[in-house]
Design a protein around this ligand. Sequence first.
Ligand SMILES: Cc1cc2nc3c(=O)[nH]c(=O)nc-3n(C[C@H](O)[C@H](O)[C@H](O)COP(=O)(O)OP(=O)(O)OC[C@H]3O[C@@H](n4cnc5c(N)ncnc54)[C@H](O)[C@@H]3O)c2cc1C
Ligand code: SF4
Length: 332
Amino acid sequence: MMRLPKFRYYAPTTVREALRIRAGEGPDAAYVAGGTDLYPNMKRRQQTPKVVIGLSRVRALGRLRVGESGASIGAAVTLSAIETHRRMRRAYPALVHAIEEISTPPLRNMGTLGGNLLLDTRCNYYDQNYEWRQAIDFCMKKDGVICWVAPGSPKCLAVQSADSVPILIALSARAVLASPEGEREVPVEDLYANDGIHYLTKRPEELLTEIRVPKSEGWRTAYRKLRRRGSFDFPVLSVGVAVRLEGERVAEARIVLGAVASAPVRATRAEAILAGSSFDMAAITEAARAAAQPSKPMDNTDFSFLWRKEMTARWVSQALRGAASKGSLRKP
Ligand SMILES: Cc1cc2nc3c(=O)[nH]c(=O)nc-3n(C[C@H](O)[C@H](O)[C@H](O)COP(=O)(O)OP(=O)(O)OC[C@H]3O[C@@H](n4cnc5c(N)ncnc54)[C@H](O)[C@@H]3O)c2cc1C
Ligand code: SF4
């Protein structure tokens, strides 16, 4: 049985207190929200904080509001609170659908949206227990020096696998980060770096406090996820799309791929192909083909990477067709 290592636990009740504790404890401290990613990682000794700062009692992080200008989702709002929120379901069907696809109901009762955005990158050579990793002399992401996926690679290629991220980027969501210096707001898209180890641009001491999603009126959206098991599994390819029509023509399109690199990937050429088109099958097929080009999955998750690349065009096409027919929310 894998056991948690010893650690000191704090339960602040305000953002200011959480930041103060983090400033006092330094880099040995980690925030935890639902703990569905951090605690398994600690059991596998992938992350080894000596101090854990729990966020579940910080009330400001647990607020969820949907108003005229969009949604404000506290970073510690649970995934199940979002999926059962009537106004969220109506206003952001594709985001809710993506959230429904995350792990299992008990884990969604604990897991939070903030934790999902900041999920550790994944790799078959890394998501193993300590003894397994020790047997291969570890790898560059933790305790070792070499990358087993691409031994010549100067950087880790572990995969960004959070379900909510591609569709949040397609919806132009923004993240609010707090630190002792104050608050800053960044597009969710800018939170990520294409490096499996340093996969966040957020500074380690910064606390993610809120996710702001602009109003989605006029946008057609969809989320599509490829995984082995329908019951629960991380995505090995995911697609978030948002398309805005003006009259019969596409005014703006956003297509975002997940699980094909260490950061989410914008399919900008495909977006340009759709813009100005009449959003018909010809345009969708051409855009889907173009979207597969920046998709460069590596051989470090489930399924063959060549097949995952091949599936990109098909998944983008399905997502765009879903958006065209406005049918992006599957009822539970
Ligand atoms: C069996 C299993 C299946 C899973 N399947 C999926 C899946 O299909 N799709 C998917 O996307 N995820 C999946 N997950 C991962 C996880 O459950 C979700 O990503 C969940 O949303 C993580 O949220 P959390 O609150 O539990 O994160 P935590 O574990 O609390 O935190 C995750 C990371 O974010 C940091 N953090 C959390 N909140 C903040 C904050 N507010 N500010 C700064 N740092 C913060 C933590 O320090 C940690 O590094 C799965 C997990 C398990 C165990
Ligand atoms: S991509 Fe390479 S360095 Fe990164 S976790 Fe996998 S094996 Fe390790």
